[in-house]
Design a protein around this ligand. Structure first.
Ligand SMILES: Nc1ncnc2c1ncn2[C@@H]1O[C@H](COP(=O)(O)OP(=O)(O)OP(=O)(O)O)[C@@H](O)[C@H]1O
Length: 260
């Protein structure tokens, strides 16, 4: 397997808070990796560091063997690592089409303004094709602010995919989406991902979604990776059951697990 992303002893503190410590994770080509962990376990911090949104306090991040530390989010995106956000990062008062055209503009190198939509016949045709792939073409002329949550999420993910990333990082792709629509959303995303051949790492709280779509699972606890392995194995891991998925999450000050 070809290693795409590799983190070595990655760490991040916020004052006295350790948001990430000693994160050693490798993401290989074609993998679908789920990420679980209770609130505050460090999942978003990890994604923010890998995508250039947050500088680590220490450690290393390699993409295809080369350091990407210090690169801006846009440089990381152009290198081949794209992401979606917990709250979709869209322009709410613009149409879906304009949001897509702006995203195309951001992909282009050169002097083009970040916020000037790349509006030409070819881009508009491409936008329609893209939205059809995600089943949301009917929303093309709508203002983003009027979209149902599931459509916003799909649009955000579609925009993350336009650069045909080698790695796609999804921060809670199904959060805020009705239970009945979660699988349909994930089916759509996975179909697109499979056709582009991207590796995917997705943060998810819904264990049914994790069980259905991830082949490998990372369990975060207290800023560390508590377990990393095939999904079924990690889900049946005693430490994971105790500290991540089990009832012990409800107590106010959980005892420290042995950081294996
Ligand atoms: N910008 C920040 N300033 C201060 N503390 C932060 C900041 N970002 C994250 N933290 C802290 O770092 C820890 C990890 O947060 P993070 O958002 O990565 O967790 P998470 O696993 O993504 O949680 P959630 O499931 O709630 O999104 C938490 O204690 C959080 O309060």
């Amino acid at each position: 397997m070809t290693s795409l992303i590799e983190t070595r002893a990655l760490a991040r503190n916020f004052g006295a808070v350790t948001a990430a410590a000693d994160i050693n994770v490798t993401i290989n080509a074609g993998e679908i990796v789920g990420v679980i962990g209770s609130n505050g376990a460090g999942k978003t911090t990890f994604i923010n560091m890998v995508t250039g949104y947050l500088p680590p306090s220490s450690g290393e991040i390699l993409f295809k063997g080369k350091s990407i530390l210090g690169k801006t989010p846009r440089q990381v995106m152009r290198a081949g690592i794209c992401r979606s956000f917990q709250v979709a990062q869209l322009f709410p008062d613009l149409t879906v089409l304009d949001n897509v055209l702006i995203a195309y503009g951001m992909l282009k190198k050169g002097s083009l303004s970040l916020l000037r939509p790349l509006a030409n016949a070819r881009s508009i045709q491409q936008a329609e094709t893209l939205l059809e792939e995600y089943g949301i073409a009917e929303y093309l002329p709508e203002m983003v602010v009027t979209l149902p949550q599931g459509v916003r999420k799909l649009l955000d993910i579609a925009l993350a995919m336009i650069g045909k990333p080698e790695v796609l990082l999804l921060d809670e792709p199904t959060s805020g989406v009705a239970i009945d629509d979660k699988f349909e959303l994930m089916d759509t995303v996975m179909r697109a991902v499979r056709s582009s051949g991207s590796a995917v790492l997705f943060v998810e709280h819904d264990m049914e979604v994790i069980a259905r779509y991830s082949t490998r699972l990372l369990a975060f606890y207290d800023g560390r990776v508590l377990a990393d392995g095939p999904t079924a194995e990690v889900m049946s891991d005693e430490k994971v059951k105790e500290f991540v998925t089990g009832h012990h999450l409800e107590i106010s000050s959980p005892k420290e697990p042995a950081h294996a």
